[in-house]
Design a protein around this ligand. Structure first.
Ligand code: FAD
Ligand code: SIN
Length: 533
């Protein structure tokens, strides 16, 4: 058995920010950070556009950022949380700068603030089109300076430990479920280790890999949300899946899909049909810079009507030198597949990008399970409501990482480790005969989610998805209980749970709002919707 004061699952912006603040405030605490692959491999690393924060108080103000966030969220944001994140955001960004993060500046040495869809002002701090990689680099460098932090790479969190593992019957309506740590699969020797902790934090990121086309890296399999749901904790808003309007069209099905940042449209690029005609005026007065749900649905509708497999993004009128300076990664990716973005149009399609729902948390990142906190993309904090405003996600990870660290610091002295947990029992399990069955099931799941639970939904499609998912669930549970563990099998199980949660939440929401659009209930309602329990 391994013991830490605090066990943090995830080394993206949310997990690292929590760990840095905690290590700084409480050097006596032992902190263990866990990453399922290399520590730098996470959604954070791929963020392009930047981090939204009110920086230039002459041009912008906090209330405008708050109003834009509430507007994008389509009346489902928690206004208190929106205020907290936007008011505290600039302080968290300043800390990142103090810890060594670079953001681009203009010739007057002022931060070069970009604009993205749904923002009324220029307020996105960025580092070229590599903002996430720069933030991740600086945070990993900072965390390496603390003696009391250990990072476990290639360790896969399977399940959180609760009274269930002590032999008690745990149900979803219980209000006193407690967390004692996690079972971790050591991927070097495939042994399951018991990691006890006074406090556990889930910062496991998104679940984009439930779809065929996603901008999320392959680690994004919704493990934290699935662990929480299995532990009978509260999860919500899973129907609100954000599709980014502009991923690079790739007929060979690249996974993940390469993102063409919204900042490119903020820089002046224009969406056009395959015939070269502008179309956004038919959908929103903000044209190509309307919020993402509107732009993604508009593209989906244009593609359905025309039968085309993509639309175009026209950058040919933009300043060539400036474009390459701002978007070096996007430029070279396009050139690598034979498209010079300044001479020909870029073919783009919508792709899954972000999960707005997740583990329900309060303003301090507390979950419904005692001694278990969560932050970042795996949560539903109330910031995003029915649709996330561009570049608000990195901000949420930083603000909630800080808040979680403060509460842990104030409360941990009253918590004891529970050492009576049993070790993992692998008796009666055998090595799987055919790993290919797992690969095949993952493909099936992605097909189900992409065909039936995509941008436009309907009752018939959702029922079909849930029926098919049920079959996959039964098969996979049987495999899970009879075979030795592999990360592929654990991920399949978690992907199915996430798929179920998205489809079932979508079925329960009998209206169209934000990112959830269904042809059976095409308008927004004010009546109370049924929610998952
Ligand atoms: P992540 O950064 O995804 O970290 C998750 C961590 O959890 C990883 O370390 C992973 O190894 C670990 N983990 C997961 N499951 C397990 C397990 N079972 N066991 C052990 N470890 C586990 N947002 C913005 O605000 N601005 C942007 O410009 C922007 N651009 C984006 C571009 C792309 C291509 C993508 C994919 C996303 C973008 N986003 C952007 C969204 C944003 O990057 C993410 O929402 C955010 O980085 C999530 O941070 P996180 O710390 O919550 O999770
Ligand atoms: C982008 O650069 O378009 C992504 C920004 C985000 O997801 O917030």
């Amino acid at each position: 058995m391994y013991k830490s004061d605090v066990l943090i699952i995830g080394t993206g912006i949310a997990g690292l920010t929590t760990a840095i603040h905690l290590a700084q405030k409480s050097p006596h605490l032992s902190i263990t950070l866990v990453s399922k692959t290399q520590k730098e491999e996470c959604n954070t690393r791929y963020a392009q556009g930047g981090i939204a924060a009110v920086w230039d108080l002459k041009e912008d103000d906090l209330n405008k950022h708050i109003a834009d966030t509430l507007d994008a969220g389509d009346d489902l944001c928690d206004e208190k949380i929106v205020r907290i994140v936007i008011e505290e955001g600039p302080k968290r960004v300043q800390e990142m700068i103090d810890w060594g993060t670079r953001f681009d500046k203009d010739e007057n040495q002022h931060y070069d603030l970009a604009k993205e869809g749904g923002h009324s002002e220029h307020r996105i701090l960025h580092y070229r089109d590599l903002t996430g990689a720069e933030i991740e680099r600086a945070l990993l460098e900072k965390i390496s300076t603390f003696q009391n932090v250990k990072i476990l790479e290639h360790y896969y969190a399977i399940d959180i430990l609760t009274q269930h593992h002590l032999g008690y019957n745990v149900t979803r309506v219980m209000s006193d479920i407690e967390c004692y740590g996690c079972y971790l699969l050591n991927l070097q020797n495939l042994q399951v280790e018991t990691h006890l902790a006074k406090i556990t934090v889930l910062a496991t990121g998104g679940s984009g890999q439930i779809y065929k086309a996603t901008t999320n890296p392959i680690i994004a399999t919704g493990d934290g949300v699935a662990m929480m749901y299995r532990a009978k904790g509260h999860v919500e808003n899973m129907e609100f899946v954000q599709f980014h309007p502009t991923s690079l069209y790739n007929p060979n099905g690249e996974n993940p899909c390469f993102l063409i940042s919204e900042a490119v449209r903020g820089f002046g690029a224009i969406l056009k049909t395959k015939k070269g005609e502008e179309f956004m005026h038919k959908y929103d007065s903000r044209l190509s810079l309307a919020p993402r749900d509107i732009v993604a649905r508009a593209i989906d509708s244009e593609m359905k009507v025309s039968g085309d497999e993509f639309v175009y993004l026209d950058c040919t009128h933009l300043d060539k030198k400036e474009f390459v300076a701002h978007f070096p990664t996007i430029s070279s990716k396009c050139i690598s597949i034979g498209i010079n973005p300044l001479e020909s149009y870029i073919p783009v399609v919508p792709a899954q990008h972000y999960m707005c729902g997740g583990i329900r948390v309060d303003e301090f990142g507390k979950t419904s399970i005692k001694n278990l906190f969560a932050c970042g993309e795996c949560t539903s904090s109330g910031l995003h409501g029915a649709n996330r405003l561009a570049s608000n996600s990195l901000l949420e990870g930083a603000v909630f990482g800080y808040r979680v660290a403060q509460v842990i610091n104030d409360s941990i002295s009253n918590i004891q480790l529970n050492s009576s947990l049993p070790e993992w029992d692998a008796q009666g399990t055998k090595d799987p005969k055919e790993m290919v069955l797992i690969t095949q099931s993952i493909k099936e799941l992605k097909d189900i989610m992409s065909y039936y639970v995509g941008i436009v939904r309907s009752n018939v499609r959702l029922k079909r998805a849930l029926d098919r998912l049920h079959l996959l669930y039964i098969e996979t549970e049987s495999l899970y209980h009879s075979t030795t563990l592999s990360p592929q099998l654990c991920e399949l199980r978690n992907l199915i749970t996430n798929g179920y949660l998205v489809a079932r939440s979508a079925e329960l929401r009998r209206e169209s709002r934000g990112l959830h659009y269904t042809t059976d209930y095409p308008v927004k309602h004010s009546f109370q919707q049924d929610t998952l329990l």
